[in-house]
Design a protein around this ligand. Structure first.
Ligand SMILES: [Fe+2]
Length: 212
């Protein structure tokens, strides 16, 4: 995801959804997608651009490079870049890791084999990932990541990024209440269950083969 020229100024932009707002129905509803993408994601991007006005040379880098080494960010704007840069990047990543629902939606390609050999089976992975997702305290993200040597399931609080831990994200679920509250209210378990038919395993496999 690269920053682009908008209105003659180089800045980060909120990427469009790679599908229609209602494409993930009935698992994630159209209204939630509008608010989540058009309001929450867009606000992270706006606030990232505001923060970076204090260090415009960061616009020469892409957001992955920035989050992979936050020590290059001036201390005065580091918390803002960590939070809003994370929010900007994670949401773009999250949209791409979903697609229209499929029956019997399962991992594909090399990633399917790696999930089996690392976690025992897809069913066991699903159980472990779901438990981790449900256990996130407050707001955060649950990830399937590559830690440099193997696949891991991990969670990060707020908008903290696996990139800042030296990990490469393969697949993720947004566990902030804004991701599910309109449809599921406090029923996070149901929201996590609703994620499995809409995971874009082809994209997750791309992320795996490019980063392992
Ligand atoms: Fe979100």
């Amino acid at each position: 995801m690269n920053n682009k020229i908008s209105n003659g100024l180089k800045q980060f932009i909120t990427p469009d959804l790679p599908y229609a707002y209602d494409a993930l129905e009935p698992y994630i509803d159209e209204t939630t997608m509008h608010i989540h993408h058009d309001k929450h994601h867009a606000t992270y991007t706006t606030n990232l651009n505001k923060a970076i006005e204090a260090q415009p040379d960061l616009l020469e880098k892409n957001i992955e490079e920035i989050l992979s080494d936050l020590s290059q960010v001036k201390e005065e704007i580091r918390p803002a870049v960590r939070n809003h840069g994370g929010g900007h990047y994670h949401h773009g990543f999250f949209w791409e890791i979903m697609r229209a629902p499929r029956d019997n939606n399962r991992p594909e390609g090399e990633l399917a084999q790696a999930i089996d050999s690392t976690f025992g089976s897809f069913e066991k992975f699903k159980e472990d990932f779901s438990k981790m997702a449900v256990s996130v305290f407050g707001s955060g993200w649950c990830w399937l990541s590559w830690d440099g040597q193997k696949l891991i399931i991990e969670k990060t609080p707020n908008q903290d990024s696996p990139l800042s831990l030296g990990h490469r994200p393969i697949m993720t679920l947004d566990i902030w209440e804004h991701a599910y509250y309109l449809k599921y209210q406090n029923r996070r378990v149901e929201f996590v269950e609703a994620f499995w038919p809409i995971i874009n395993w082809a994209k997750a496999n791309d992320n795996y083969t490019k980063n392992k």
